[in-house]
Design a protein around this ligand. Structure first.
Ligand code: UP5
Ligand code: MG
Length: 203
């Protein structure tokens, strides 16, 4: 991808930190394409004829990370689809802006994506306590139908987050790209900070 034509923001944070919620709001204000790695994997898991269905199901339930080739391919395809539509219709304001939600969550993915797909301009990092995240996920689990919104899976997701994803955040923290936002507050309060950071990027 042509880095000069597109803007990529990585959205990171623990399970239930509020990534998806904030992304939906950012889409409305800034016209991003929101690509959630988890949503793309869940869609692939149930796609008829997918050779990865079982593998994805197991990883998601166990809170482990699906081999990066699978996730990167899904993200790349989704980006290509957005861009080919944009090139057909002419670029509108905001097209070519991507929020990549829940990715990269392991160092190998980060290095590979930066190297072979494109570089991100910003990393939005939502941080809150495990207690807050656990409460949110258990509440959501009552209706979400997500196979990983149960106490056992959530504990495993926390473990993977600490072991694999925190190093990614530390890695980007050595650059000026990371904006850390405390996501313990209300959705509106967290959004006010998110919007401010993103506005600066487009200023
Ligand atoms: N909520 C949100 N914000 C709130 C606030 N400020 N105050 C009060 N409530 C708030 O929010 C979670 C819940 O909290 C919702 O009910 C919301 O209303 C409420 P949400 O915005 O959904 O949080 P989010 O951070 O998106 O949580 P999610 O569960 O999606 O995070 P995960 O990172 O665990 O899930 P994801 O879908 O990204 O990944 C799932 C699995 O896919 C991974 O565990 C892994 O197995 C696999 N995966 C890979 O293998 N590779 C990848 O690259 C990506 C995923
Ligand atoms: Mg999410």
């Amino acid at each position: 991808f042509d880095d000069s034509k597109i803007t990529v923001i990585y959205v990171l944070g623990g399970p239930g930190a509020g990534k998806g919620t904030q992304c939906s709001r950012l889409v409305k204000e800034f016209n991003f394409s929101h690509l959630s790695a988890g949503d793309l994997l869940r869609a692939e898991q149930t796609r008829e004829g997918s050779q990865y269905g079982e593998l994805i199901r197991t990883c998601i339930r166990e809170g482990t990370i699906v081999p990066m080739e699978v996730t990167i391919k899904l993200l790349e395809n989704a980006m290509k689809e957005v861009i080919s539509k944009a090139s057909g219709d002419g670029w509108d304001d905001g097209q070519g802006r991507f929020l990549i939600d829940g990715f990269p969550r392991k160092m190998d993915q980060a290095l590979r994506f930066d190297e072979t797909v494109c570089l991100s301009s910003l990393v939005l990092f939502y941080d809150t306590s495990e207690e807050v995240m656990l409460d949110r996920l258990l509440e959501r689990g009552k209706t979400s139908g997500r196979e990983d919104d149960n106490v056992e899976s959530i504990k495993k997701r926390f473990r993977t987050y600490k072991a694999d994803t925190m190093p990614v955040i530390e890695y980007y923290s050595s650059t000026p790209k990371v904006a850390e936002i405390d996501s313990s507050a209300t959705v509106d309060e967290v959004y006010a900070k998110s919007s401010e950071v993103v506005k600066k990027l487009f200023a």
